[in-house]
Design a protein around this ligand. Structure first.
Ligand code: ZN
Length: 388
């Protein structure tokens, strides 16, 4: 960890690994136009929180944080995305609270089939859709590694699943993930054919109960909604339009360039990958496809699927993440009269923490104010880069 800037704003540290607490210094060292681009999107603020700990607390503090001096002054950085109004707070102390990853035994216990795992036999124990009349599997689309099902209790009018053949939600290859995504796309096309007004598509993946999965067995969820996209997606679209009208630039391109400038983003085969500066929770990573690519009929591009696989593989196999959420935003499947130009396919991935933790990772702050984040995005970017 670098020493935070002193009162004159000058870093007193020798150069170690870059971290979120040296963000201001890094931004200052960028060329003027790059600094300006950063400032169009992000606002940075830092402060020091101080505590006076009673002597009686010292042993406990020392055990937990290393020494009493460490907690006396706590550097806090607040990053606000002025375009989308998302924000995160980082406290260097919070990153000193290491969370042991699950042991192999715990992991195997966490991914064991539930008592009545209907997803292990989806053709018998999950409902079918009214569309997708494939031979042998009416109301379902079949892939090489999975099959679609209709969600029994619907979030929205069209709510389907890709049920993976492999029970273990943390075990999949690039081919398997590609197949799941192709199936998810096929489902959307068929549902959209049945109701052309249902054109706003969302893919979700909740992995393990800690990340809100009701079934442990590997499965993705798909939604197709009418009239208007879900508000968080619509908010990004509107923010990007306002950004274009104000600065004449594509918001997503600039967002990526800002991350790339700081070493938090890189491109792989035309797909942009970045560790978010305003993560919604731990390790949030964005995978942004090529707009041109997406505009081609036929679903998610191969580079996009590959990048999403590598990002998830980084989560699971390098950062030992077990419970995670994924959402994939795409422009509507049909014409809407709204401006969606320049809106790429975007996957958002987030780590939901240790399945054994008693307290939820989301509280009043995250629901109503801003995200409180323990993991440094620079460490996430490092892991991602090493895996690509
Ligand atoms: Zn199963």
């Amino acid at each position: 960890m670098q020493t935070p800037p002193n009162e004159q704003g000058v870093s007193t540290s020798v150069d170690l690994l870059p971290d979120i607490f040296s963000l201001a210094d890094m931004v200052f060292s960028l060329p003027d136009d790059h600094q300006a681009r950063f400032g169009r999107i992000f606002h940075l603020s830092s402060t020091v929180g101080q505590v006076v700990a009673p002597e009686e607390m010292e042993p406990w503090i020392t055990e937990r944080f290393g020494s009493p001096e460490v907690v006396e002054k706590q550097y806090i950085i607040k990053v606000t995305n002025l375009v989308t109004m998302e924000g995160a707070l980082f406290n260097e102390l919070r990153s000193l609270r290491p969370v042991e990853p699950l042991s192999l035994e715990q992991l195997s216990a966490a991914t064991q089939p539930d008592q009545d795992d209907s997803f292990c036999d989806p053709e018998t124990f999950t409902p079918a859709d009214t569309f997708a009349q494939e031979e042998n599997t009416p109301g379902r689309a079949r892939g090489e590694y999975g099959i679609t099902a209709s969600s029994l209790v619907k979030i929205d009018g069209y709510h389907g699943l890709v049920v993976c053949d492999d029970h273990n939600p943390l075990r999949f290859t690039q081919d398997q993930l590609g197949d799941y995504l192709d199936l998810a796309w096929k489902w959307a096309e068929l549902a959209h054919q049945e109701d052309p007004q249902a054109c706003y598509y969302l893919v979700m993946w909740n992995c393990l109960p800690r990340a809100a999965a009701s079934v442990i067995h590997g499965h993705l969820q798909m939604l197709l909604t009418r009239d208007v996209h879900y508000p968080q997606v619509e908010a990004w679209r509107r923010a990007a339009i306002t950004y274009w009208q104000t600065y004449g630039q594509n918001y997503f391109d600039d967002l990526y360039e800002v991350h790339a400038d700081l070493g938090l983003g890189f491109a792989s085969d035309g797909v942009r990958v970045m560790a978010s500066l305003t993560p919604i929770r731990e390790r949030e990573t964005l995978v942004i496809g090529d707009v041109e690519d997406y505009a081609r009929p036929g679903a998610f591009s191969e580079p996009f699927k590959r990048a999403l696989f590598l990002a998830l593989d980084t989560f699971i196999n390098r950062m030992r993440v077990t419970a995670f959420n994924v959402a994939i935003y795409v422009p509507p499947l049909g014409g809407t009269g709204e401006a969606w130009q320049g809106f790429p396919a975007i996957a958002r991935l987030v780590d939901r923490g240790h399945p054994g933790e008693q307290s939820s990772d989301i509280g009043a702050m995250e629901l109503y104010a801003a995200s409180v984040v323990n993991t440094d995005p620079f460490r996430v970017a490092e892991a991602l880069r090493a895996n690509f």
